[in-house]
Design a protein around this ligand. Structure first.
Ligand code: NAP
Length: 444
């Protein structure tokens, strides 16, 4: 039955696909509760997502009110897939157990397997009671803000809801599956010129970047701002440099190889720092070396003609945070959404208070921000940064590559899509955008 759904969608018969009977089971990528201790005692770098990520048949998720079942044509790897597969910083089964105690509907998520993945593009197959805005047969992309908005706190900004979760990380039934269960308020129209895999790779990182840099909850970047972007060819950074370029800001992009630096120059990023070639040693013997912060700041000034960054786009965390606080201009902003290299940051507070800098914490995006970010893709003003795709059976390998920083841009995963290149419904628009759309392909 899943085969019929796959063929109908691949053939462009979306409504017909949504009219077919659902199978009882589907293939999905998941981690197992009985393996959550498997990496205990090992170094972070030794833990291997290929060992913990399984792909097998599991039950179709049960549909509830205000929810939708989506035939996932493609999904993508996010860093949270890496965290889940390493059971770091905590096993995600803890989130599912907590969710299970909350309500009967939450209890559906508390299983001994966790279907992972926080991105997806595909076709709505079923909608639950209460869904009026979406119908079976709709082509959609999915963002990962999983929230009901029952509490008053979330009504200015749903990211402030005390029960806000990240779908496929703090909820079950994520996107690395043939069928995903989502809330209807996670759905967004699929950009018509993108393939399934191109449409599926943006939701999490593009929306996060939009909130961090553009939205009123973030740094409110403006024309002429100098923006220091760490990891500028990574998931977040690859969108950050695009928002800078088309928003009239000046990105100073940091990457770790000449190849990545060259790629950014070809995309129009003029100021690039190869952190490997410069060999910055911000930490030495368990403490930080302010001279190295100074050397980094000097390099930035050399490139900018003497100016310091108005905004620092932070996510590496412990390794870079001291330098980020130091190099931001007087009155500048350090916006952070992560701590890939460690959560316990250390910085010299004198540079923060004496120079009136601000640190802003940011996390994913509300529906409106995710919608605006998706609209930018639809308008062709932001391009997907997909470099490579994997079949669902190799989801663990894809997560392994991200864990080892062996990737560029986004790694996609084909779920129901039998091959790359399907799902485009506006060929003329695609032709108009031309090579911009595939500039990141095969860089990994
Ligand atoms: P990614 O695709 O792995 O890109 C991150 C880039 O950061 C890497 O490509 C690497 O680039 C650079 N980097 C890694 N370690 C570094 C270090 N020690 N010093 C300097 N640069 C370093 O990951 P991503 O998708 O951009 O996500 C980055 C982080 O943000 C992850 O921890 C993720 O969990 C988090 N995140 C949080 C949210 C949220 O909503 N809170 C959303 C998305 C992501 P180079 O080697 O080229 O420098």
């Amino acid at each position: 039955m899943i085969e019929q759904i796959r063929q109908a969608i691949a053939g462009g018969e979306y409504e017909a696909a949504s009219g077919l009977a659902l199978p009882e089971s589907m293939r999905a990528a998941f981690v197992r509760k009985d393996e959550q201790q498997m990496f205990e005692g090992m170094d972070h770098s030794e833990k291997d997502p290929r060992k913990s990520t399984h792909v097998d048949e599991v039950a179709i998720p049960p549909l509830g009110p205000n929810e939708a079942l989506v035939a996932v044509m493609a999904s993508a790897i996010n860093y949270n897939t890496v965290w889940t597969s390493l059971f770091e910083p905590v096993p995600t089964f803890r989130f599912l157990e907590r969710f299970g105690k909350e309500s009967d509907l939450g209890a559906r998520h508390d299983l001994d397997y966790h279907i992972i993945g926080s991105d997806g593009a595909g076709v709505v197959l079923r909608v639950g009671p209460g869904v009026t805005r979406w119908k079976p047969g709709d082509l959609v992309t999915i963002h990962c803000n999983y929230v009901d908005l029952e509490s008053p706190e979330g009504h200015d900004d749903s990211m402030l809801d005390p029960r806000q979760r990240i779908w496929g990380y703090e909820s079950n039934f994520g996107g690395l599956a043939e069928i995903a269960m989502v809330k209807a308020n996670q759905l967004m129209p699929k950009p018509s010129h993108l393939t399934w895999e191109e449409a599926a790779c943006n939701g999490l990182v593009n929306s996060t970047t939009y909130r961090m840099l553009i939205g009123s909850n973030g740094a409110r970047m403006k024309q002429g701002d100098i923006v220091l972007v760490w990891g500028a060819t990574g998931g977040l950074g690859g969108y950050a440099v695009q928002y800078c370029l088309n928003g009239g800001a000046i990105p100073v992009a940091v990457v770790s190889s000449e190849r990545k630096a060259q790629h950014l120059r070809e995309l129009g990023v003029e100021l690039v720092i190869d952190r490997s070639a410069e060999d910055y040693q911000f930490w030495k013997d368990g403490t930080q070396d302010p001279k190295e912060w100074g050397r980094f700041g000097k390099k930035i000034r050399e490139l900018t003609g003497g100016a310091d960054p108005d905004i620092v786009f932070e996510h590496p965390g412990r390794q870079t945070f001291g330098a980020s606080v130091y190099v931001a201009r007087r009155g500048g902003q350090i916006i952070t959404c992560a701590s890939t290299s460690g959560f316990m940051h250390e910085f010299d507070n004198r540079y923060l208070w004496m120079h009136l800098k601000t640190i802003i914490g940011s996390h994913f995006a509300n529906y409106r921000e995710a919608w605006e970010a998706n609209r930018m893709l639809d308008l062709g003003m932001i391009q997907p940064i997909l470099s490579k795709t994997f079949p669902l059976t190799e989801a663990g390998q894809a997560a392994y590559e991200v864990h080892n920083n062996a990737h560029v841009g986004k790694l996609g995963v084909l779920c129901l899509a039998p091959e790359e290149g399907l799902g485009v419904t506006d060929v003329e628009k695609r032709d108009r955008l031309g090579e911009k759309l595939t500039a990141w392909r095969n860089l990994a």
